[in-house]
Design a protein around this ligand. Structure first.
Ligand SMILES: CC(C)(COP(=O)(O)OP(=O)(O)OC[C@H]1O[C@@H](n2cnc3c(N)ncnc32)[C@H](O)[C@@H]1OP(=O)(O)O)[C@@H](O)C(=O)NCCC(=O)NCCS
Length: 177
């Protein structure tokens, strides 16, 4: 468990799969993601089994939020493309519970991922890609400390239009807890 104030990150369980399928079939949630097609439970079960074969550092983590009584799952985040020679990795995140957008949960989850990446995994560079038409995500990443470093023009075709993809990163020397 990676513990924050209002947010913690825990390992995903097979029993989370129905929740993941539910979130990832919401067109608003996947608007900022590469997913475009309806997602079945069987496909998500395959994804889960493949995920378990990946290095443990690349396993996604469930974002849980403490609200009143207890902790409940609101989304998913994690590292991918970890390169141990360059000590770099990419991050991804989604909050599937739309009622909990704009409450600082994404920012706190990203801050926890950065701390984990730098202080536990000993990474030197953590980066991400975000669609230019996703101002909520861009603002969230800026608040967590990500720096803009580039733009790939019209790199994605999504919902009937070409969208620029922005590159953002945090270098270990940029970062302060
Ligand atoms: C992107 C995402 C992870 C952000 O998490 P979140 O908990 O909603 O984000 P936060 O509340 O920490 O921060 C959002 C910020 O964006 C701001 N914001 C929201 N909509 C905005 C808009 N249209 N224009 C500008 N800023 C906006 C919020 O006001 C907030 O900033 P503030 O705290 O300065 O007021 C979450 O909304 C999500 O999962 N969205 C769907 C999937 C997705 O797009 N994932 C990212 C793929 S790169």
């Amino acid at each position: 468990m990676i513990q924050g104030n209002r947010v913690h990150l825990r390992a995903p369980e097979r029993s989370d799969i129905p929740q993941f399928v539910n979130w990832l079939n919401d067109s608003e949630v996947i608007g900022g993601l590469l997913l475009s097609l309806p997602l079945s439970t069987a496909v998500e079960e395959n994804w889960f089994d493949d995920m378990l074969k990946r290095p443990p550092e690349e396993h996604p983590m469930v974002i849980e939020f403490q609200d009143g009584g207890g902790w409940f799952a609101v989304g998913n985040c994690g590292f991918h493309n970890v390169d141990w020679r360059s000590r770099s990795a990419e991050v991804g995140i989604f909050i599937g519970e739309k009622a909990h957008w704009n409450r600082g949960i994404g920012t706190e989850a990203m801050q926890l991922l950065l701390k984990h990446g730098f202080q536990t995994l000993n990474l030197n560079r953590i980066s991400l890609e975000v669609f230019d038409n996703n101002p909520r995500a861009i603002r969230c990443y800026e608040k967590a400390g990500f720096i803009h470093e580039g733009r790939k023009r019209q790199a994605i075709y999504k919902n009937g239009q070409y969208v620029d993809v922005l590159f953002m990163s945090v270098i270990r020397s940029d970062w302060s807890e």
